[in-house]
Every structure is written in structure tokens, then in C-alpha cells.
Design a protein around this ligand. Structure first.
Ligand SMILES: *Cc1c(COP(=O)(O)O)cnc(C)c1O
Length: 471
């Protein structure tokens, strides 16, 4: 760690350290209390309590937005303690901000729901900023050997470009793509002593691939490496990779978590400690704290407090809306699967999907057993599907162009249903070769089902598909 360790602190600085220790103990009690709540309660409240509202925030029931770039200190002792990392502080917005802290508390609790371990979080201005800051922090050279990392090739287009172009082509850090993420021997064959982490996205965007998460996690740990899961498509309402042993979770908070779509946000959520072969004990002990204090401070992809509030407001209803959207998506998938103009529907919820059984092992609506409507565990398969229209790319574009209610957008997870053609949008830049490797054909239409009544979504698809007749 690059934290300075002066030989001794003045009495004034010690006073602030004592005060901070008391505050940390109280926070520990709040965390222990919050962890006893059910998922919905945590999503609504996070760690923001009535006591805090009344004593610090004029009684405001909603977490206040502190729209301020910096934090004033009482005196030089407090400033020294804060800047030396001896007491929790928000200091300056690239290090921390109290409103971002509320969002981080909620995300830590939700991703760590059901996990008996400590969890930390660091939020970012976008999912890509989160992925970059995390992976750069782990991609440390030790000695002269070139370093590498292993990742599933069925992955979000932006992540593919970041790994393939920004890291490998421009900086010589090798990404070793796993072509079949369910082939453990393939994962194993790509690891060597210069590997820094294993990375997987599930379900993947847009291919909806899925893999047996526990297996590469165990493999990573056998090699002393961390496993990172991009769990954006599932959200903690359906899957919590940390509970299956993953070290770190990546979230594009922009997407389903912030469904009203007012802006971008990203998050890294990690266990304490994580496994890693990087010689940095502080980083391994508390990755997210380390990110806050050093890499995030130095690289600066910080989230705006207004967006943190917007994301928190959307998160409060995460479980119930994911549940409803998943059910609508199932209806839409069944409709499409029967439609004569549709060649193929890719949805993990359909029984004939080759990954259906595997997804069924992992994708559970959180707390369904405590929900009166169900009273037992219930599978849900997400609100993202893709389909191919008969007649090739021209027919797919014709159908796509006729959509009226469903908007044509390169986005997902919105309260409004939206569709895209990945080969000409999200996955355009990476080129045909790699799209083939990731199974993204040019006639694939990706649909993100929102909160409209499913009958209206289906009616829009039906009138659009009428255009495909004749192909
Ligand atoms: C969108 C997305 C990202 C990138 O997140 P941004 O917030 O858009 O930067 C990463 N992973 C997945 C799976 C995504 O869908």
C-alpha cells in the first residue's frame, strides 16, 4: 500500500481517529442490523436509518444529495487524519462522496445478500469505467514477463473492445478468450503463472450464454486467482455471484438497476478479502477501499451524486419489477417461438434452450420463498431475449424498422421495451470474425422487455413481423 506511515500521530489526530473508530463501530452495528432484513427492505433503505435522517439530515426520508465536490475539515488535525487514510472521509469527489456512499452500501448489501462475509463497493461514472479501473488495478506487472488474463468471449461489445483493443493491441496485455465457457479444460489450458484473473459474463449480452459458474471459480482459486463476474443482466434479484464464491462482481448500474435511464453508473462489488497473485496486501484485504483511495482517485471516473440518487430510487423496487418483467419476457418469448416468421428465439427460460437446465440451477428470484404469491423458490430468466427472423439480415431489419411501441435503441434494462440489432450497434466495432466467435449473427434482434403490458409488446411485434412475410 502506498499509504504513508508517519512514526507517530499528534494528540489532535488521535482524537479524530478515536472518534472515527466509534463511528465505524456504530456503522458495523447498522450493517449487522441491515443484513437481517429481507432483500426488498434492504433495497428500499440500504444503510440510511431514521436516526441518521433526524440527527444529520433535517429528517429527510430520502437520502440527501450532497452536490459538493469537496469536504471542509474542522482543523488541520482532521485534515491530516483524513488525507492519511486514518479516518473515513469523503475528502474530494474522486475519492468519495456521501451520496455515493449510500448507493455503495445498498449495492454491497444486495450483492452480498445471503453471504456470510464482508463485502465492499466502489461506484463509477459507468460500467466501462468500473471494468477498466478494476482490471487495471489487477493487471500489475511483477518482474519482466508479459501478463495476461482469461475471459469469456461471449461478452458485452464495449468490454470486448476494452480488452481486445485498449489492453491487448495498444498495451500488450494479453486477453486469452475462452470460446466455450462450459469447457473447464479450456479455461484451465489458458492459465499460467502470469495470469492475473479469470473473467466471465453471465448471462451474456446479447448472446445469453451461461456457464456453470462454480467451476471456473474453483479453478481460479486453485491457481490463487480472483474470479470476476459481470452480472449486469441478472442483477442481484436473480443471481449473486459472490454467494457462489466469486471474488468480484461488475455491474453496469446503468442498465436494469437504473431502469428509468437518466444516466450512466457502474459498480465494483467485492468480497473482503479477495484471492490474487498481485503482491499488494492492502488491495487484497479490502479491494474496494483500495480502489477508492488509490486507483479511482488517480483515474477519476467518478459518478455524479444526482445519478447516485436516481439509481437508488430505481433500485428500491428491483426485485418486484425484475419479477414482473421476467414473466412478461417469458410470454413474449413463447409468442415469438410460435411465430412462423421467426427462425429462432434465444431465451434461457424456454425449455428447448440448450442452457435452460444450467440457468435453472442458478437463476432464482430472490426471496420467492418468502413471497406470499409463491411461498417456494421460483426460477426467473431475465428480461433480455434475442431472436432471428426468417429471411436473413434484410428481413430482420425490415421487422426492426416497423416496430412502433418498442424503440430502436442501443440500450437495455429500461422501463420501456427497447430493441437493437447488435451486429450494427453494440457489437459493430469488434468485427465479423469476433462476432462469429461470440455467436452474434447479422440477423439477430435483441429485445429488452420493459414494464408495458405484455399484450401491447406482443401486438407491436406481431404487426412488425407481418412485414417479414414473403421472405
Ligand atoms: C452495458 C454493459 C456494460 C457497460 O456498462 P456502461 O454503464 O454502459 O458503461 C458492461 N457489461 C454489460 C453486460 C453491459 O450490458
Amino acid at each position: 500500500m502506498d499509504r504513508p506511515t508517519p512514526p507517530s500521530y499528534s494528540e489532535g489526530v488521535k482524537k479524530y481517529i478515536d472518534r472515527a473508530n466509534q463511528a465505524l463501530a456504530a456503522r458495523g452495528r447498522d450493517i449487522a442490523r441491515a443484513r437481517k432484513f429481507r432483500f426488498d427492505t434492504i433495497a428500499v433503505h440500504g444503510l440510511y436509518t431514521a436516526t441518521e435522517a433526524i440527527e444529520k439530515n433535517q429528517g429527510a426520508i430520502i437520502e440527501p444529495v450532497f452536490a459538493s465536490s469537496g469536504q471542509a475539515y474542522r482543523d488541520s488535525d482532521e485534515m491530516e487524519a483524513a488525507q492519511s487514510g486514518l479516518i473515513p472521509t469523503w475528502a474530494y469527489i474522486r475519492i468519495q462522496s456521501p451520496t455515493l456512499g449510500y448507493l455503495e452500501d445498498t449495492l454491497s448489501l444486495l450483492e452480498g445478500y445471503g453471504l456470510d462475509a464482508e463485502v465492499g463497493c466502489c461506484v463509477y461514472s459507468s460500467g466501462m469505467a468500473a471494468i477498466e479501473n478494476l482490471t487495471d488495478t489487477l493487471l500489475v506487472k511483477q518482474g519482466n514477463d508479459p501478463i495476461n488474463f482469461v475471459a469469456t468471449c461471449q461478452i458485452y461489445g464495449g468490454t470486448y473492445q476494452q480488452f481486445n483493443v485498449r489492453k491487448m493491441q495498444e498495451r500488450g496485455i494479453e486477453v486469452r478468450w475462452v470460446l466455450d465457457s462450459n469447457n473447464l479444460d479450456e479455461w484451465r489450458s489458458l492459465i499460467d503463472k502470469n495470469t492475473r484473473f479469470l473473467y466471465g459474463e453471465l448471462p451474456s449480452n446479447p448472446g445469453l450464454s451461461f456457464f456453470d459458474l462454480k467451476k471456473p471459480i474453483d479453478l481460479a482459486h486453485e491457481h490463487g486467482l480472483p474470479f470476476i463476474a459481470d452480472s449486469t443482466i441478472a442483477t442481484p434479484a436473480l443471481l449473486r455471484p459472490l454467494c457462489h464464491g466469486a471474488d468480484v462482481v461488475v455491474q453496469s448500474v446503468t442498465k436494469t438497476m437504473s431502469s428509468s435511464g437518466t444516466g450512466a453508473a457502474g459498480a465494483i462489488i467485492a468480497r473482503k478479502p479477495i484471492v490474487s497473485n498481485v503482491n499488494n496486501d492492502g488491495m487484497k484485504a479490502d479491494l474496494c477501499r483500495y480502489l477508492h483511495e488509490y486507483p479511482h482517485r488517480d483515474q477519476g471516473g467518478c459518478l455524479h451524486p444526482f445519478q447516485a440518487l436516481s439509481s437508488m430510487n430505481d433500485l428500491r423496487t428491483l426485485r418486484t419489477r425484475v419479477d414482473v418483467w421476467c414473466q412478461s419476457t417469458m410470454k413474449v418469448a413463447r409468442f415469438l417461438a410460435k411465430h412462423p416468421a421467426v427462425m429462432h428465439v434465444n431465451y434461457l427460460g424456454l425449455e428447448d434452450n440448450p442452457l435452460h437446465e444450467l440457468a435453472t440451477e442458478y437463476l432464482w428470484l430472490v426471496d420467492a420463498e418468502h413471497d406470499e404469491r409463491y411461498g417456494k423458490p421460483v426460477n426467473r430468466y431475465g428480461h433480455l431475449l434475442s431472436f432471428r427472423v426468417k429471411g436473413g439480415p434484410a428481413a430482420a431489419r425490415k421487422v426492426f424498422d416497423r416496430l412502433q411501441l418498442i424503440m430502436r435503441v442501443t440500450d437495455l434494462g429500461r422501463v420501456k421495451s427497447i430493441a437493437t440489432i447488435p451486429s450494427i450497434s453494440t457489437h459493430l466495432q469488434q468485427g465479423e470474425e469476433s462476432r462469429k466467435m461470440a455467436h452474434i449473427p447479422p440477423d439477430l434482434v435483441r429485445l429488452s422487455v420493459g414494464a408495458e403490458h405484455p399484450d401491447d409488446i406482443i401486438a407491436d411485434l406481431e404487426q412488425a413481423l407481418a412485414a417479414a412475410k414473403g421472405f
